[in-house]
Design a protein around this ligand. Structure first.
Ligand code: IPE
Ligand code: IPE
Ligand code: MG
Ligand code: MG
Ligand code: MG
Length: 353
């Protein structure tokens, strides 16, 4: 990578374009998501005129699930993980395969949406708003929200495994990517992070397991810090890592590059969550489209709760610097993507929503 490309002059110029590019790519992902159709495809028989109304009702019932799904993943959300997957794929792909990257990027957004639908449930974070509108469980009920999450997660895997290719290496890349995504979001990944988050913040849930920690304050802080990292790595870094790594795997890069991409995902993920925690403290509902000031009330373990906002800002900027240093080492085929990723790192530190 040419060092000149990172000079301050070109950085200023790129910043102007970065926001526009981010917006364009978000729109592209939204368009891809709009093409998905999870509505029931079984026709409802209209027996005769007398039964017509009932048939119509049956049709409606069958579409509640797909309505709840599209309500959750369309309109709203920054689509950042899909954008990361797309850019990482484009950075390395010799001959980009649009259908492939489209399905994987869409799948990553379905997974992200599933995680948020469940995260907002009353027994989890109990959040009534998401992406500027009522949360899925408020709009459709708790049972439907659980099922919506289940369906989004499952359909993500249908999408990722439903691609034709004539290239055996591409199939290998797909299988590796699917396996990586699955491991990242499962029992040792995102779900584990969510479990730690809940066990540490909800006394009733975690009491049996954390009584010893709670009874010894000295011990508590160092262990809390360790658990905080596990929590963030799981609930946030893993899906961000998986988005980047899946893009790289689909493009067929070697293991050395995968490890580098993984490490970039780790630092970007930490930065992303620290900024989320800071925004919870300093931002507003109008700006974020979700309630703020909730982490403290919910007793969440964050860097802010342990060390205050200044320390959180410091760690955030260390993470962004580390990510940027690593990004510069990537052997990109397409320089625009590399520069885009570099700007994403700064954006993660400063984003307003
Ligand atoms: C929210 O992620 C969940 C966290 C890991 C903090 P985003 O802030 O990316 O949410 P959307 O997808 O844009 O709504
Ligand atoms: C959510 O983290 C992480 C996942 C959904 C996996 P948060 O609980 O901090 O996200 P927000 O603040 O509700 O968006
Ligand atoms: Mg949460
Ligand atoms: Mg939450
Ligand atoms: Mg949060």
């Amino acid at each position: 990578m040419d060092k000149e490309s990172f000079s301050s002059e070109s950085v200023d110029l790129r910043r102007e374009n970065f926001k526009k590019l981010l917006e364009d790519e978000k729109n592209m992902i939204d368009k891809w998501l709009e093409e998905l159709d999870f509505s029931s495809d079984k026709p409802v028989f209209v027996l005769d005129e007398e039964h017509e109304d009932k048939s119509y009702e049956a049709e409606l019932i069958k579409d509640v699930l797909s309505d709840a799904m599209s309500y959750s993943y369309l309109s709203g959300g920054k689509k950042l993980r899909a954008i990361l997957l797309y850019e990482c794929y484009m950075m390395f792909a010799k001959r980009p395969h649009e259908e492939l990257v489209k399905k994987f990027a869409s799948a990553i957004e379905l997974i992200q949406t599933y995680s948020l639908v469940h995260d907002d449930l009353p027994e989890m974070d109990n959040d009534e708003y998401r992406r500027g509108k009522k949360s899925t469980h408020v709009e459709f009920g708790q049972a439907m929200a659980v099922l919506t999450g289940d369906a989004l997660l499952t359909e993500a895997f249908t999408l990722m495994s439903d691609i034709d290719s004539e290239d055996v290496n591409e199939y290998k890349g797909m299988l590796n990517a699917i396996n990586y995504v699955a491991k990242s979001i499962g029992a040792k990944g995102m779900v584990l992070g969510q479990a730690i988050d809940i066990l540490l913040s909800k006394e009733e849930e975690g009491k049996r397991h954390t009584e010893v920690l709670r009874s010894n304050e000295m011990f508590e802080l160092s262990l809390r810090e360790e658990l905080w990292e596990d929590l963030v790595v799981g609930k946030t870094c893993k899906l961000i890592e998986a988005s980047l790594v899946a893009g790289a795997m689909l493009a067929g890069v070697n293991n050395e590059v995968i490890e580098l991409v993984e490490e970039i995902g780790f630092y970007l993920g930490l930065a992303f969550q620290i900024r989320d925690d800071i925004l919870d403290e300093i931002s507003t509902f109008e700006e974020m489209g979700k309630e703020t000031g909730k982490d403290e009330d919910a007793n969440k373990v964050t860097l802010i709760s342990m060390y205050g906002i200044d320390r959180a800002e410091e760690v955030l900027s260390e993470c962004v610097d580390k990510a940027k240093a690593l990004i510069q080492m990537l052997p990109a085929r397409r320089e625009e993507s590399l520069l885009f990723l570099f700007d994403v790192a700064d954006y993660f530190a400063t984003r307003g929503k």
